[in-house]
Design a protein around this ligand. Structure first.
Ligand SMILES: Cc1cc2nc3c(=O)[nH]c(=O)nc-3n(C[C@H](O)[C@H](O)[C@H](O)COP(=O)(O)O)c2cc1C
Length: 322
């Protein structure tokens, strides 16, 4: 998610679940090929498994980007066929590609030809006045024939004119049944559902009928939910016994990044929602919101924020003085 799932966010999320597949922000082919590649594609070895999402519609350029990303160690390359922003439409990629299924098929085939890692597509059920029955089926047929390894479906339409990107995540109604029907019609194609999934119980219900669930806003805004992924969906312990111990495990990373010149807030902004129902959660947020943004804020600001939170489950439980 643009501006959200940067490398700091992904490193943090990986402390909360070992098994969930994590996605980068969308990066355009132009940025990969002509931009500051080392910075844009940087990721920590701890992030694996991590997928790079690319925006573009030129098969040769997408193939080149896929090869670059695979060489850098990304575990999956995902093509964005769902973003409705004006900028993306001008570049003729994102959701408007729902109207060009053959081109999407060519893109997938070109990307697949260059890499061994899975190539996946994230799409909508349709755009504008398309009929989702036909539009999603035709796109699926094209990418399946091209050898796509999975299809992630944001289960609502995008309206390319008249709605902002934010409204396009909220206004068009969700249609989970359309995604279920797609899976029934393509039983061998891994189909992943996205859109409006707010909790792990909901995810588990979808997983009875589908191959995967992608959580966006809920995972970012309420990262404590990620601590349930390994126990509830994979039958293994969460990496840390409590949110507070997970936050403490971030300290070496924060110290490393601060030493490299990264601002504290660039990392802690992703952590504000970590504590739920924990005494001190609000004080933690408030402390970081005021202290971590100050120029020169260092690890002491993070430690002080953490000291305001009671550890309900961890071995180091204590009642803070504040
Ligand atoms: C701030 C923000 C940035 C997003 N950026 C991307 C993106 O780069 N690529 C993408 O495929 N979807 C992006 N999305 C859409 C989400 O991936 C997801 O499809 C959408 O929010 C619906 O899922 P959710 O209800 O679980 O959040 C973004 C969403 C938000 C809120």
């Amino acid at each position: 998610m643009m501006e959200w799932t940067d490398r700091h966010c992904r490193f943090f999320h990986r402390l909360l679940t070992r098994r969930a597949l994590i996605y980068t922000e969308m990066i355009t082919t132009g940025a990969v090929l002509h931009g500051d590649r080392a910075r844009l594609l940087a990721h920590d070895p701890a992030e694996h498994p991590v997928a790079l999402q690319i925006g573009g519609s030129d098969p040769a350029k997408l193939a080149q980007c896929a090869r670059i990303a695979a060489d850098l160690g990304y575990d999956e390359i995902n093509l964005n066929v769902g973003c409705p922003s004006d900028r993306v439409q001008e570049g003729r990629f994102g959701a408007c590609l729902m109207a060009e299924p053959d081109l999407v098929g060519d893109c997938v085939a070109a990307m697949k030809a260059g890499v061994r890692v899975p190539v996946t597509v994230k799409c909508r059920i349709g755009i504008d006045d398309q009929d989702p029955e036909a539009a999603l089926e035709i796109l699926t047929g094209a990418v399946e024939q091209a050898g796509v390894d999975a299809l992630i479906v944001h289960a609502r339409k995008a309206w390319l004119e008249g709605l902002s990107p934010r409204e396009n995540r909220e206004v068009p109604p969700l249609d989970y049944d359309r995604v279920y029907r797609l899976k029934a019609a393509h039983p061998t194609l891994p189909v992943v559902l996205n859109g409006g999934v707010t909790g792990l119980a909901q995810a588990a219900a979808h997983l009875k009928r589908l191959d995967g669930v992608m959580m966006g806003r809920a995972a970012y805004q309420e990262p404590w939910r990620l601590m349930d992924v390994d126990p509830m969906l994979f039958g293994m312990d969460a990496p840390y016994v409590s949110a507070k111990t997970a936050a403490e495990a971030l300290i070496p990373y924060l110290e490393r990044e601060l030493a490299r010149g990264t601002r504290l807030h660039a990392i802690t902004r992703h952590i504000l929602g970590l504590f739920r129902g924990v005494p001190g959660a609000r004080a933690f947020r408030r402390h970081l919101a005021t202290e971590a943004v100050k120029p020169g804020a260092d690890i002491a600001a993070f430690r002080a924020a953490l000291a305001l939170v009671v550890d309900l489950d961890g071995a180091m439980a204590h009642i803070p003085a504040a």
